[in-house]
Structure formats: C-alpha cells, structure tokens
Write a protein that binds this ligand. Structure first.
Ligand SMILES: Cc1cc2nc3c(=O)[nH]c(=O)nc-3n(C[C@H](O)[C@H](O)[C@H](O)COP(=O)(O)OP(=O)(O)OC[C@H]3O[C@@H](n4cnc5c(N)ncnc54)[C@H](O)[C@@H]3O)c2cc1C
Length: 381
C-alpha cells in the first residue's frame, strides 16, 4: 500500500488546469513534472476569465503572491437595447482577469526545468502502483500518478475512456479584444469598468475589461474583451464558420489571425445590423476576430487507478458558468486536501473523485440549461 503524502506526479498538459495541479501538488511535497504538447510558448492573446474565489485560494495554497492586482473590477451590470438605451442596470462588483495573466502568474511559481515543452503524450501504461508515459518524440517518464490536464480533446481521456467525445451545442462564440485607449469616449463612458450585455433572441453579446497583455491593470493599459454568442447549425453553416483563411476546417476553433476574410466581413456586417453603437464599436475596432464552437462534455469517472482527469479533460462547462478555470483550480485544491493526511493513496483518490464528479456534473448541467435558454434552444429530455 502506498501513501498519499508525497510521491511523483506526471501532469499532461501545461495550461491552467495542469499548472494548478502542478503548483499545488508541489507545494504539498510532491515531485512534479509537467508535459506540454506545444513546443512554443502558449499564448491566447489574453482572452478574458472571470476571477473566481477558487482561483485565488489555489494561488494562496501554492504560495504564489502576485505583486499587483490580477484583474480589473467591474462595478455594474448594464443590459443595453439595440438603440443603446439602458434596459436594466444593477450594481454587481466582480473582477475579471485574462488567460495570459493567470498563466504567467502560475508559471512564475513553477520551476522552468520541470515544465517540458514539445512533449505530446501518445501512450500510457499502468503498472501495479506506477504509471509510465511515452511521448511522441520518444521521451518516457514514470510516476505514482499521471494527471490528464490536456483539455477538451484530451489524449489521456481517449486512452482511458476510448470513444467519448464532446458534443456540439448548436452555437459558437465570436471573440475579440481591443486596447482600452482605442475606444472612443462615446462608447467608453458606458463600457469602461462595467459588465455590459445585449441580449436578443438567439444572440448574446457581452463585454468586460481585462488586464493588458503584459498583465497591467493601470488606466489606459487595459483591454476590452468581448464575446458574441450566435447560432451556427451543425453541417454546412458550422463548417463555414470553422474553415480558416487557408481553407482548413478546424476542429473547434479558429484562433486570432486565422479567420477567413469572408467570415470576418460577415460578422462585421452583422454587428452593423444588430448591435448597439457602443458594443458595435468593439467589433469594428478589433483587428483579429476569433471564434470557438461551444461544446458539452461530462465524464462518468475521473480516477482510473493511478490516472486522473482534471479541468476540461473531465468536464467542459458552457462559458456562461464562468467556471472552467475555477473548476480546474477547485479540482487541484480538493486533490491536495484529499492527499494531505498521508493515508492510502487509492482510497484518497476515490474520495477526491466523488465530490469532483458531483460538482463537475452540476456545473455542466447548469451551463447547458442556461446556455440553451439564452440561445432559445429547446432542452432535450
Ligand atoms: C492557449 C490557450 C488559451 C486559452 N485562452 C482562454 C481564454 O482566453 N479564456 C478562457 O476562458 N479560456 C481559455 N482557455 C481555456 C482554459 O484554459 C480552460 O477552459 C480552463 O482553464 C481549463 O483548462 P485546462 O488546462 O483543463 O485545459 P486547456 O486550457 O484546454 O489546456 C490543455 C493543454 O493540454 C495540452 N495538450 C493537449 N493534448 C496534449 C497531449 N497529448 N500531450 C501533452 N499536452 C497536451 C494543450 O496544448 C493545452 O496546453 C485557453 C486554453 C489554452 C490552451
């Protein structure tokens, strides 16, 4: 029987879910290596993330103390009509950060030498109490635990739960960011430091501010982050959305800089027709619009002997929950708490799984219900 107090963990995937696991396990005495498929520095150009308490708690547990605020506060929620008038206004202070800010903060708390880039997991083998991993370039590694933090298209999940794939929700989200100083005052007076929405039948546009690309939250250094949810029917319509400027049909998203010109022109035209002047100016001023298909996914299990699934590899909640990143942080916090008493490792993993499955399913079900209601999609029984 091996104990849970310490050991060696192999983390597959070096985005936020992997880095929460890596920094927290390391803080509780585990030896940790992260294996990230991408050979280059990861970069999302800093799409927005609502900063939830689980994320702050995870950073504290990992001993990471950021030197300045991680996000931008929004004061009010404003619901605008098409003509720009305010339909509803509510005081609701909350903080928004960006993917890059969290990624850089977590990376600063983890040793570079234990973060292995260009390491794509292709195979894993479970021995009695050990797991070994093989990577596409021939590297091999072995540990007491292997944690699949490799996102919605997880290879780890594919190896332990073959055949299970996320399903398409029926709508996509168009996204963009602009520098704070680009936005004219005629729009900024409504959008600055507010969480602003325009809800129409089968369409939801929203914006909030996030730190600058360098993490700065100083005046005029921040950015406006916008998201516009629109339907795209599976088949020719979705294929058109996800076919990039080189004619390649992407799986789930077209990143900044790769959108086909005719799609870009279509969205800008839609913005002219449908959006109020303040939100419309965000779309007009965005250089690189990008788009992601909204997917759903839930696992029936997260523990497979010494292999675990975490973050988006386990549950892909709709973005309306603002909870994917917080859930990845909560998965890691709960794991280190389950392991800390030094008891039987296998028993501790099962205790961890029980709560994570419930929470993951709850968030995912809630997101589907909310998203379908927002987009006017009939709920399936
Ligand atoms: C570059 C990037 C930018 C993002 N930007 C945003 C954003 O702006 N806003 C937002 O809300 N969410 C963003 N996300 C998603 C967000 O990180 C997740 O929804 C959430 O934080 C949970 O993350 P995750 O680590 O579980 O999965 P993901 O963030 O999807 O990360 C999975 C990681 O695993 C790696 N990987 C995949 N397969 C393998 C393999 N076989 N071997 C090794 N590594 C593998 C991927 O390269 C990726 O880095 C982004 C994700 C990435 C990767």
């Amino acid at each position: 029987m091996s104990t849970s107090a310490s050991g060696k963990a192999l983390i597959i995937g070096g985005s936020l879910g992997g880095l929460f696991m890596a920094t927290l396990l390391r803080a509780s005495g585990w030896e940790v290596d992260v294996y990230e498929r991408s050979a280059a520095e990861l970069d999302s150009r800093g799409g927005g993330i609502v900063l939830q308490p689980d994320v702050l708690q995870a950073l504290r547990y990992a001993g990471i103390r950021p030197s300045h605020a991680l996000g931008v506060m929004s004061r009010e929620r404003l619901y605008l009509r098409r003509d720009g008038s305010i339909a509803h206004q509510q005081l609701m202070p909350q903080m928004q950060t960006s993917w890059n800010t969290l990624y850089n903060t977590l990376m600063a708390g983890f040793p570079e030498a234990r973060y292995h880039r260009g390491a794509e997991l292709v195979e894993l083998t479970q021995h009695e109490q050990r797991v070994s991993a093989r990577f596409a370039d021939g590297r091999e590694a072995e540990g007491d635990l292997l944690i699949g933090a490799d996102g919605a298209g997880s290879t780890v999940r594919h190896l332990v739960l073959p055949g299970m794939q996320p399903s398409y929700s029926g709508y996509v989200v168009w996204r963009g960011l602009i520098e704070e100083r680009q936005l004219p005052e005629s729009a900024a007076y409504l959008l600055r430091e507010n969480f602003v929405f325009q809800q129409d039948p089968q369409s939801l546009m929203l914006e909030y501010m996030v730190p600058g690309l360098d993490g700065s939250v100083a005046d005029q250094q921040r950015r406006y982050n916008w998201l516009w949810y629109l339907k795209a029917a599976k088949g020719a319509q979705l294929d058109g959305v996800l076919t990039d400027r080189d004619g390649v049909r992407r799986n789930h998203s077209v990143p900044p800089g790769s959108l086909a010109p005719e799609r870009d022109a279509w969205l800008r035209d839609m913005a002219q027709q449908k959006l109020n002047p303040a939100l419309r100016s965000l779309v007009e001023l965005t250089d690189d619009i990008f788009v992601q298909a909204i997917q759903d996914f839930q696992v029936p299990k997260m523990v497979f002997n010494r292999v675990l699934l975490t973050g988006d590899a386990a549950f892909v909640p709709r973005p309306h929950t603002a909870g994917s990143t917080a859930k990845a942080a909560a998965n890691a916090l709960a794991l280190v708490q389950a392991l800390k008493n030094g008891g039987d490792l296998d028993a501790a993993l099962l205790v961890w799984q029980q709560r994570q499955l419930l929470e993951g399913a709850r968030m995912s079900d809630w997101g589907m219900e909310m998203g379908n209601r927002i987009m006017g999609i009939a709920q399936s029984a």
